[in-house]
Every structure is written in C-alpha cells, then in structure tokens.
Design a protein. Structure first.
Lengths: 294, 412, 377
C-alpha cells in the first residue's frame, strides 16, 4: 500500500476539523484534493506528514508509520513558501537536503535545470518573487525522486508557462511511478492532471471520484425547446436547460441514445449534439453550492 | 546531526545583523584596548616617579646638612635621625628600582617591594596588630607581599603600579575617608595593554550579564526564526528523514558551539592586539583567590581566563535554555528575549537566599565565583566553579527538556 | 482617532498584554508574601549581624588587653590612648549587645535611640583610630534616617522586607524604576512596529487614505496608555495586597537622599511620585526612540538591540562622566531614575525633564517624517 489513511480525526479546541478521513492508494497515480478554504486540506496533509498531531486514526506511507521520520527519504511534501529561509540562497536549501538525505551534489544542478531555476540558484530567497519561490519549493521536493509527493497549492503564483511546466513535471513523475497527492484551487489545471479527484467538505472526504459519475456532458440543440422539455419531463429524464437554448444532461444520469430515442419518438428534431467532459469545476459547484468561496 | 549543525551555522551567519553585531564586538574590544593602552602605567612613568623621589629625598638630606657616607650615629636628635634614615632608605630603594627599570631586571624591581613588605611584617607579624576592616588591612598587605614574591620568583614583568597601596581586597570594608577610598580604587584599577592582562580585564567587563545579553541578541531568533506555529521553516526541517529531536538538539549544540567560538575568538583577538601593540604578557600573572579564614592563593591569569570563559559559557547555555523555553511558548523573538532578560534580572536579584550553592542564578558574576569572592561574602565556600557548572548544567538541561516537550505539545 | 482605537485594540486585546498584566500582578503578590515569609529570617539575620559586631568588639578588647599587659608601659601616651580606645570599645560592645536584644521587640523608639547612640559611638571610636566594620556612609545614613523617624514618630521598617503599604509600595516602585519598567516596556512594544514590517501588515495601513504620520502618533499614544494601565495595575496591586494582608504604615515614611553632600529626608509619597514620574518620562523617550529605530531597521531583533544598546551606552556615559554642568542636556539621566533622586550632586532630580521631553518630541517628529517615505523591503 502506497498511502493508507485510516479514520483520521482531528479537532481544534471543540471543533472537529477532520472527521474521519480514509484514503487508500495502491497504484501510483495523481490524486487531487479539492475543497474550499478552511475545509481542512492543509490540515490533512500536515497530519499525514505528522507535522500536526491528530486525535484518532492511522497514517501509513509506503507501509511505514508516519511517525518514523525515515519515510521522508521517499516522501516529499511541498508546503507554503513560509518554510523558506529568506537569508539563505536556493542552493543552500537544496544542498541541505542533499546533505541530510545523502544525495549527490550533482542532483542540485540537475533539478534546477528541470525546474528551470538555474539563473537564480545562488540568489537569496528573500529577493525571490512568488513564482520563483514556488519553483524552489518544487525543486526541493523532487530532488530526492520521491515515491510519494504531497503538494499543498503548488500552483500559487505561477505564470501560465510555469504552470504548464509544473504539470508536465508531475505527469513525468507519475510515469516514473510517483504517487502525487495535490491540493489546488485551480480546477482547470486539476482537470488536465487527473480525473481522480477527492472533494473535502467540512473536514470530511466525499468519496466520489469523477470517474464514478459523468465523465461527459451533452448539449443538444433542438428545433422546439418547449416541446423537448415536455417530452423529457414526461419520460422522467434528469436534464437542464442551458442558456435558454440547449438541453443538457450528464452521461451517468442517462444514456445519450435513450434521450435521442425519446425526442425522436415525439418528433423533436435534434439539430446539433455537443459534448464536453464534466469538469471538476462543475462538480465542485454542485457540491459546494452556496459555500463562501473557491 | 553534523549536517544539521552546519545548516544551523549557515542560517545564523547569513544575516547582516549577525555581522553587524560581530563588527560591534570587534569595535568594543578595540575601543577597550585603546582605553587600556592609554591608561597603562608605562615604565617611563615609573622611572620618572622614582627619580622624583630620589631627588626629593636628596634635597631633604641636603636641607638637613647630611651627606650620604656621613656617620649616622653622630646625629643625636632622634627625630632627625629617623627622617634621615627614611630618606636614605627611600633613595636606596628607588635607585634599585631605577636600575631594575633600566635593565628590565624585573626580579630586582619586585624584590624591592618584597623587601619592604617583609620589613613591614617583621614589625606587625599578626593581624591583631593591624587593621582588620580598614584599608589597607593586614590581609591586603599579605596579598601584596605574596603577589610580588610570585612575580619575583617567576621573573614576570610586573604590571604597574605594584606599590603597597595598589592592593584592594574584600577585607577592606571601610575607608578612613572618601579621598582614601577613591585613591584605593584608583590604585587598584590597574590597566595593561599586554595581551593576557588585557584579556583578563576585558573578560571582567564582558563575561557578565551584559555579555550574556549580547549573546542573547546574537542568537535571539535561533528558535523563533523557524516560525513555530505558523507553518514556518520548522515544517521543512520536520519533513526531512531525521529524528525530530535532532532539530532541537542541533540548535542547542550550534549556539553553544558558536558562543564558544565567539568567546575564543574574542580571546585570541585580545591577545593579538596585545602582541601587536605591546606584548603578550605573562600567562601566569597572579590572580588573587580567596580561601576561608583569611587565607588566599594565586591562580595564573591564563588559567583564570580559561575557567572564566568556561563558566560563562555555562551561564550562556543557561540563558539559551530560557530563551528556547520562551521561544517555544511565545513564538516571538521580542517576547522570548524580553522574558529571558526579565527572568535573569529577577533571578539574580531575588534568589540569593534560595537553595544555597545550587542556585544557578548565583553564578552570573563569573569572576567573583572563581576568585571565591562570592563564596567569602556569602560565607559559603560551596559556591565554586564545579558547583556552578553542575547547577547551571543540570538546570539548563531540565529547562531544555521542558522546552522540547512544550514544543511537541504545541505541535497541535 | 479611528486609527488610534484600532492600534489600541490591537495591543489591548493581545494575549501578550493580558498574560503580562496577570504575570506582573502575580509577581507583586508573590513579592509581598515573600516579605511575609522571610520576616523571621530577616530578623535572625539582623540579630546575627549584631552578634557579629559583639564578636568584633570582644576580639578588639582581647587585643587591647594583651597590648596593655605585654607590650606597653603604663603611663606612656600610647598606653593611655589604648586604654581610652578599650573603654570606647567596651561601650560599643554593650550597645551592640543591647541592640541585639532589642531585635524583634516592640520598643521601636528605644531601638532607634540605641542605634543612634551606637552609630555615634562607632564614629567616635573610628575617630580615635579604632577599627570597626561599619562605613562612614552607613553611619551617616542610619543617623539621618533614625532621627527623622523619631522626629515624626514612625517605627522603622526593614528595607525591602516590609509589609506596611507605604514601604511595600516603595519596594515595588524601586523595582519598577530599576530595569523593571524597562523590561516591561520592551515586552509590550518590542515588535509593535517591526512585526508590521516583518509580516508586511504595515502595507494595510500604508494603503489607507490618511496621513502616515498618524500611524506613529497612534502607536505612540496607545503604547503609552498601555504602559500606564500596567503601571496603575502594579501600583494598585502593591497597595491592595499590603492593605489587605499587611501591617499599618505611614506615608510620611522618610527616604534619605543626598543633596550636595547633605543628607535630607523625602517622604515616601514624594519619592514614589518623583520616581514613577521620571520613569514614565523615560518610557516616553524609549517609545519614541523605538518607533524611530523600527522605521530605520524594520526588524525586531535589530531594533531592540539598538534600543537597549543606546540606553546602555547613554547610561554608561552618564555614570562614567559625571556631567554636572551637562545635566540639563542629558536625556539619558533617567535610565535609572532612582540615582537621579537619591544623589543630587550639583544637579537636581528635575534637571533633565525638559531635555528628555524635547528629545522625545524631536524623535517622534523625525519618525513621522520618515514614515512618509517608508517602504516594506
């Protein structure tokens, strides 16, 4: 088992901030952790890496208890940029990791090149922009070729090119057999990374991944929208009207062919069929409708 | 562990503030050296004084119509004979001194003082016949004699003044007048730009609560820098494959080590200043050590400075342990330093009556511990270097252990 | 005004302030009970001190006897001198013994009188070249204090171990003015401004539509108010606890000060008012200096070091070079205000009030100008 989180519970003062989280990962893959601010994403990751104590449950990474610090040879955690030392250079940070983990110095150049930060490797972190810090944080977590990589908001402050680079690096890592658990607010980017998404709401994990429900959403343009509405309501097909002009439904709710059959039977002409993947964003909206923010 | 220590050193030394403080330290030490250099009684001054005394005595003899070589027994007036005798003695002793100064024959110079001291003790062999509380006490005179004997036997170049009024000890509790008191303090306030003596005086000023406060600032943010409780760099350290305790212990070792280096560096720098601008001086220059019941001994100055530095380092570790405790509790540099200073201040002020020799706050005045002055004043000779190191060490360890667990608990 | 309230709220509702306040109040209460608990111990100490003096006299006496018996011929000048000294010494012995017996009794007037005659005897004895381990200073001081106490009909309290409200208040005030207030202010305002730079929260204030000078003024005023709250809390606790659990006292209790070499008495109320006043003035100076330094350094530890370093340097200069003539121009005179009141040699305690005030205002003005161009690095 690569990652095993079993019944993890944590409370701050009187409030439960994690209400029993279970995660099991057996195959290398990318898992996205999505939820609004305060839903417990960072807390969950901090607990998983034993940076925070928790009240109940167990965490095993690569078959080891997370209290054993030896795991960090193969487990990396990309955190907030507050963990950086302003007075030290990027090189100092990377060298320290190499020293502690017994990695060859050549790794530093290598990883700097991979992340694209050779030009400011020897500069002090306090003069870095947000994006530069993010590059350094990425370099720091991939320098040891981890088997498990936890990432808390890795895309913060990255320009589009860097974001694409970061995505490519993550996809490469997955190819190389790294399991990545990433939290992000950038749902578009998540969509491109993985379709295995865990939604965290009020400290609980909604155990549905996008794979389990619609992966496709259909938009039908019809000649008589009012009639089509009536037909589909009668047939008890779950659907929505999009933009006052299209009928839309999800693949998991009803098969496309079924809908086409119903409409054709009642003489509604279908002018056009479009389909789109149901993105994380849509699912997110459904789940957190009315919640404060993304 | 060693990697962590190197990393800690790198973090500490990569700040402008650290170098500013070190520069300030160099500046203060150099400034104090210049002050000592100016205040040093040079041989030339001693020569001048001796010559003046010789000529004054010669003039006095002339006035009395006496020439050296005349028969003293021809003089019948008792008072006049005494005056002549004293003038002759004055001339002789100062001529011997002058000879000594000229040839740099320090044995000769100190011998004059020894002779005078021995003569004094022939007349007043016991304390009962002399002053016990008023400067100069019998005790101080004894110290003066023995100090000069020590200098003579080891042929050490003395640091002037070495005359009989240059001694001031704890036993000199009372002075006959304010002028005398001022004089005694002035004579006893001996400066020298020679390496070892300067170091001794520098450590006297530096290895105190003020020195400790300086070090508190030098390493004040060693713990708070990690941003405890706010997802700071401590999380980076904690996600490395090492025991958590390593992070804590390596910090303690690092600042202890760096303090040691700083103190040693300051020591070497002072010796260097002495060598370059004056001379190295004698490592075995005598420092007075009190013993019970009006007894005393001397300790070579070099060893004295070494012990002082050692005890001071323990004092520092004790301060650091409080700093760590307050850092993990309050997580803010200013509060951590402020509370540490407050605890030290209150502890030194108010814990005199507590737990006797095992009270760590007793040991902040490093010099008075090693000379046993504190022991003598408090009438408790258990207050010594060893007990100091033990009580400071044990209490530091306790506070550090508590800090470590507080930090663990605060990881929630 | 809104900014002022905002700043004040930030300070007043901080955990740090409340904890510190509670801590100080607890400390004062603890100090009071320390005095109560150690009462017997102090009386014992006093008694053993007198026995020590009795021993000293006994030893002197033996020496005189031996000298008279062995070394000296009867009838010589020296013999008579020693004889006279021996007599004086015997008087001393008796008086010390009497004092020893009076310790812990209620006869305070008797105690004061006997101590006066004891000190006079010591003085005479020392004039006759006798040896006694009591300094001239102590003699003068004790005489002045005791005479004053007798004149006013106030029993003597043991300094720093009293349970009477005025004396306990004196003790607390003395602690407050010797470094106590300094440390408290350091803790209260230590990162008042610098933390705003460190966490960049100052940018919030910098992007508001008001004159930036108001930031300095609000921070200054709110820290001063906070300081005064702490001060009042400490003084009230001292008075409260000693009224509740202590003995009766007299606020006319004299504090002996030296003015141009002459010993004078100040009532404890006057002393408290002067000392607390001067210290508070010093705090005004400190806060102003802190605000300016924090704009220059923008870093907590550096600012605090510079602040303490400046105060220490100022104090060392004041102490090393007695600056009688310059007293009017020395803003560091009140770093330790106790000394400014206790010994007034060719200078008066109030000399440096104007300069301290003026310098503080100037510092605040410079800070207000400086903040207008201040940037977060």
């Amino acid at each position: 088992m690569i990652v095993k989180v079993d019944g993890l519970k944590k409370k701050y003062k009187k409030d439960w901030v994690l209400k029993g989280i279970d995660i099991e990962v057996e195959e290398p893959q990318i898992i996205a952790l999505v939820g609004p601010n305060g839903s417990g994403k960072t807390t969950l990751m901090n607990c998983m890496t034993n940076l925070l104590t928790y009240d109940q449950g167990e965490v095993e990474l690569l078959g080891q208890k997370n209290s054993d610090t030896k795991i960090f040879k193969d487990v990396s955690y990309l955190q907030d940029n507050r963990i950086l030392y302003g007075t030290l250079t990027a090189y100092d940070h990377l060298k320290f990791i190499c020293d502690v983990q017994g990695l060859p110095k050549s790794k530093i150049e290598e990883v700097a090149k991979r992340v694209g930060m050779e030009s400011y490797l020897k500069k002090r972190v306090q003069n870095f922009s947000l994006g530069m810090k993010q590059h350094l944080l990425l370099a720091m977590v991939i320098i040891n070729d981890p088997k498990v990589l936890l990432m808390d908001e890795p895309l913060t402050g990255l320009d589009p090119t860097s974001a694409i680079d970061m995505r490519n690096i993550l996809l490469e890592l997955r190819e190389e057999g790294t399991t990545v658990i990433v939290s992000s607010h950038n749902l578009d980017e998540i969509d491109r990374l993985t379709n295995k998404i865990y939604f965290l709401k009020d400290g609980a994990l909604l155990k549905e991944s996008l794979e389990q429900f619609a992966t496709k959403e259909y938009y039908l343009t019809v000649d008589d929208l009012e009639k089509a509405k009536g037909v589909l309501e009668e047939a008890a097909v779950p659907f929505l009207i999009y933009n006052q002009e299209q009928v839309t439904f999800e693949e998991t709710d009803v098969e496309l062919q079924t809908v086409i059959d119903h409409l054709n039977k009642q003489g509604v002409a279908i002018l056009d069929i479009e389909n789109e993947r149901v993105g994380a964003e849509k699912r997110y909206r459904e789940l957190f409708e009315g919640d404060a923010s993304v | 562990m060693i990697k962590f220590i190197f990393f800690e050193i790198k973090k500490a030394t990569k700040s402008a503030f650290f170098y500013m403080l070190l520069a300030l330290l160099v500046l203060v030490v150099s400034g104090y050296f210049i002050y000592n250099y100016i205040q040093t009684e040079r041989v030339e001054g001693e020569v001048e004084e001796a010559e003046f005394k010789v000529s004054a005595s010669e003039r006095s003899l002339e006035e009395m119509g006496f020439e050296i070589g005349d028969d003293l027994y021809e003089i019948t007036d008792h008072v006049e004979r005494l005056a002549i005798e004293s003038d002759i003695q004055m001339i002789e002793s100062n001529r011997t001194r002058l000879e000594g100064y000229e040839n740099h024959d320090w044995e000769k110079v100190t011998q004059v003082e020894v002779d005078m001291g021995e003569e004094h003790f022939e007349r007043f062999p016991t304390q009962a016949e002399e002053q016990v509380y008023t400067w100069m006490t019998h005790f101080s005179r004894e110290v003066h004699l023995e100090r000069n004997r020590w200098l003579r036997d080891r042929e050490i170049r003395p640091v002037f003044p070495i005359h009989s009024f240059s001694e001031l000890t704890v036993y000199d509790e009372v002075f006959n007048s304010e002028i005398e008191e001022e004089m005694a303090h002035n004579f006893n306030n001996i400066h020298s730009s020679s390496g070892f003596y300067f170091l001794y005086r520098l450590f006297e000023m530096f290895l105190t609560v003020f020195g400790a406060a300086f070090f508190l600032f030098l390493f004040g943010n060693v713990m708070t820098r990690e941003g405890l409780g706010q997802n700071g760099p401590i999380h980076f350290l904690y996600t490395q494959p090492v025991q958590r305790g390593t992070v804590f212990v390596s910090k303690v070792i690092t600042i202890a080590l760096m303090s040691l280096l700083t103190v040693v560096g300051v020591g070497l720098f002072s010796l260097l200043l002495g060598v370059v601008f004056d001379r190295l001086g004698a490592w075995d220059y005598p420092v007075l050590i009190y013993e019970p019941e009006f007894q005393f001994s001397f300790m070579p100055m070099g060893i004295f400075s070494l012990w002082s530095a050692m005890l001071f380092l323990m004092v520092l570790v004790f301060c650091y342990s409080w700093l760590f405790l307050f850092s993990v509790l309050a997580r803010r540099t200013s509060i951590a330093i402020g509370l540490t200073l407050a605890v030290v201040f209150l502890g030194v002020q108010f814990s005199e009556q507590l737990v006797g020799a095992y009270n760590p706050f007793l040991y902040f005045d490093v010099y008075e511990i090693i000379t046993f002055e504190t022991a003598l004043v408090q009438e408790n000779f258990n207050i010594n270097l060893v007990n100091g190191v033990v009580s400071l060490g044990v209490s530091s360890l306790l506070i550090l252990v508590v800090s470590y667990f507080v930090m663990k608990v605060k990881m929630k | 005004m809104k900014l002022l309230v905002f700043e004040f709220k930030k300070m007043f509702f901080s955990k740090k302030f409340l904890v510190l306040l509670a801590f100080l109040v607890a400390l004062v209460v603890l100090l009071f009970f320390r005095n109560v608990i150690l009462e017997d111990y102090v009386l014992d100490e006093k008694q053993s001190n007198y026995s020590y003096l009795v021993e000293v006299s006994e030893m002197n006496n033996r020496t005189y006897t031996r000298q008279l018996e062995q070394d000296l011929e009867e009838g010589t000048e020296e013999y008579e001198e020693i004889e006279m000294r021996q007599e004086m010494n015997l008087d001393l012995l008796n008086t010390a013994d009497e004092l020893h017996n009076l310790v812990g009794t209620d006869e305070w007037q008797q105690q004061l009188n006997v101590e006066i005659s004891f000190m006079e005897q010591v003085r005479d004895y020392r004039m006759a070249e006798g040896e006694y381990p009591i300094t001239e200073e102590e003699i003068h001081h004790t005489l002045a204090l005791n005479q004053q106490l007798l004149a006013q009909g106030i029993p003597k309290e043991i300094e720093n171990y009293s349970h009477a409200p005025p004396n306990f208040l004196l003790q607390v005030v003395n602690l407050w003015v010797t470094l106590g207030a300094l440390v408290v202010v350091l803790l209260l305002i230590g990162d008042l401004m610098t933390s705003e730079f460190e966490s960049r929260s100052i940018n919030l204030l910098f992007t508001q539509p008001f004159n930036r000078a108001h930031i300095i003024v609000s921070k200054f005023v709110s820290s001063l108010v906070i300081y005064l709250i702490v001060l009042v809390a400490v003084l009230l606790t001292a008075l409260g606890v000693s009224y509740l659990f202590g003995t009766e006292g007299n606020f006319q209790y004299p504090v002996i000060i030296e003015v141009d070499g002459v010993l004078r008495a100040l009532t404890s109320v006057d002393y408290v008012v002067q000392a607390v006043g001067l210290m508070s003035l010093m705090v005004v100076f400190m806060i102003s200096l802190y605000l300016l330094y924090s704009l220059l350094f923008k870093q907590t530890i550096m600012t605090l070091f510079a602040l303490l370093g400046t105060l220490l340097l100022g104090y060392i200069l004041t102490a090393t070079f007695s600056m009688d003539a310059l007293a009017w121009f020395n803003p560091f005179k009140y770093v330790l205000p106790e000394q400014a009141i206790l010994t007034q040699e060719n200078e008066r305690w109030y000399d440096a009030i104007p300069v301290t005030l003026i310098v503080s205002v100037v510092l605040l003005f410079i800070a207000s100008t400086k903040i207008k161009t201040s940037k977060v690095d």
